[in-house]
Write a protein that binds this ligand. Structure first.
Ligand code: AMP
Length: 420
């Protein structure tokens, strides 16, 4: 679990605000649910045999003896809220997004934490492939807006209750025949959740999986039509994708479409999946709600941030102006001037400790401010001062009652290099 301090948080805020903008354009409204839910919600939706529920949840008993869990993901809580508030009675289609912390007791690695943040979205009420495609489009446009390239969309279809059992049976038969070649974990998975063998990272298991039955060959006609139409729609949207028949994802609730966005960047090591999701048409009903189809996805913010940091862009907004005071008598006016300019919309830095002009100028350098204005007795009496460009260049004369407009009128110079 990590602390995020000023200096680091700005990149997070950039990702979050970009997400809000994109979701707004696509008509997704924000939903906020509690961090804790009844443990049973996750057992019933995510699935008892998954790693998340079986091994990774922070589960505890509250004072009333109820079993609660810190949420390990956002889809089940959103579905719970959707059912609890009878949203399907109010509108046929709902589009929601969420962002916030999730908790999983995972082994620590780069890009894998026990408290991590996800940005996710869910679209309820539309079973059509166009909805799957639209959801992928939000993610594609979001990644574009962040400036992240080298992320590949992988898609697959897991079929439905009609066609998946035949595939499942064939897979189990095949894996049993290759049992000895699988890692110890996969030998257990084979008993409890054979699909999970397909996304084991062990090379030998991957080789076994690659030569195994292909889920797409088992799809029934409606599932095949859905998958074909989805690909056509992605083509219409100009979204590039790869069909990956081994993509299964680690949660039990998916039907038909599943997808993942995979980044090829060394910074992420093996944690290269930045986000993924799929269709879960049966979950609402399974949780005792209405028979409403849904498709959703979640992206890991922590991993997006790692990628952006690698890009070397800075996200901290530097001050427009640093106000330094030349003498103690100007301290109050400096404080008041800073306050007034902030009200007028400038980002202003001011050393509340006062001190020597030299030490304030050092601080001004370090702040990365565009300009410094020194306020002394002379400036106060004449009402005239100078804006010193910190990147070098001629000082700009300025009337003290016209500072904000003058700063705004100056052409943007490259950021000064802050002193070490
Ligand atoms: P999932 O809910 O497992 O499908 O995960 C969706 C996305 O959340 C992943 O692609 C990751 O980007 C992110 N994620 C999942 N687990 C973690 C974790 N323990 N630490 C950081 N990010 C995670």
């Amino acid at each position: 679990m990590n602390d995020l301090l000023p200096g680091e948080i700005e990149v997070w805020q950039f990702v979050e605000s970009t997400a809000r903008t994109l979701f707004g354009r696509f008509g997704y409204g924000e939903v906020r649910t509690p961090m804790v839910e009844d443990t049973a919600l996750f057992v019933r939706s995510v699935g008892e045999e998954t790693d998340i529920v079986g091994k990774e949840m922070y589960t505890f008993e509250d004072k009333g003896g109820r079993s609660l869990s810190l949420r390990p993901e956002g889809t089940a809580p959103a579905a719970r809220a959707y059912i609890e508030h009878s949203v399907s009675n109010q509108e046929p289609v709902s589009r929601w997004f969420y962002m916030g912390p999730m908790f999983r007791y995972e082994r620590m690695k780069t890009g894998r934490y026990r408290q991590f943040s996800q940005i996710g979205a869910e679209a309820y009420g539309a079973k059509e492939p166009a909805q799957d495609a639209e959801l992928m489009d939000v993610v594609v446009q979001f990644l574009e807006a962040l400036g992240l390239k080298d992320v590949t969309l992988n898609i697959n279809s897991l079929g439905d209750d009609n066609c998946r059992p035949a595939y499942h049976a064939k897979l189990v038969e095949y894996l049993n025949a290759h049992r000895e070649e699988l890692c110890a974990d996969c030998q257990q998975r084979l008993e409890r959740n054979p699909l999970r063998v397909l996304d084991c990272k062990n090379e030998k298991c991957q080789a076994v999986a690659a030569a195994g039955p292909n889920v797409l060959e088992f799809l029934c006609a409606p599932c095949r039509a859905h998958f074909t139409d989805l690909q056509r729609k992605l083509g219409v949207l100009g979204i590039r994708y790869v069909v990956n028949h081994r993509l299964v994802r680690g949660l039990d609730y998916y039907t038909r479409t599943v997808f993942e966005f995979i980044a090829s960047h060394p910074a992420l090591g093996t944690a290269s999946t930045v986000g993924g999701g799929g269709r879960y048409d049966k979950m609402m009903k399974g949780l005792g709600g209405p028979d409403v189809p849904a498709v959703g996805y979640a992206m890991g913010l922590d991993r997006l941030v790692l990628l952006l940091k690698e890009g070397g862009k800075t996200f901290t907004q530097r001050p427009d102006l640093f106000i330094a005071v030349a003498d103690e008598g100007s301290q109050d006016e400096g404080l008041a001037l800073a306050s007034r300019l902030r009200r007028e919309g400038l980002k202003v830095d001011f050393d509340t400790r006062g001190g020597s002009l030299k030490s304030q100028m050092k601080r001004a350098d370090k702040s990365g401010a565009r300009f410094t204005l020194v306020l002394g007795e002379q400036e106060r009496t004449s009402g005239q001062a100078k804006l010193k460009p910190m990147a070098g260049g001629e000082p700009v004369p300025v009337a003290l009652d016209n500072v904000a407009a003058t700063v705004r009128a100056q052409p943007e110079a490259p950021a000064p290099v802050p002193a070490a």
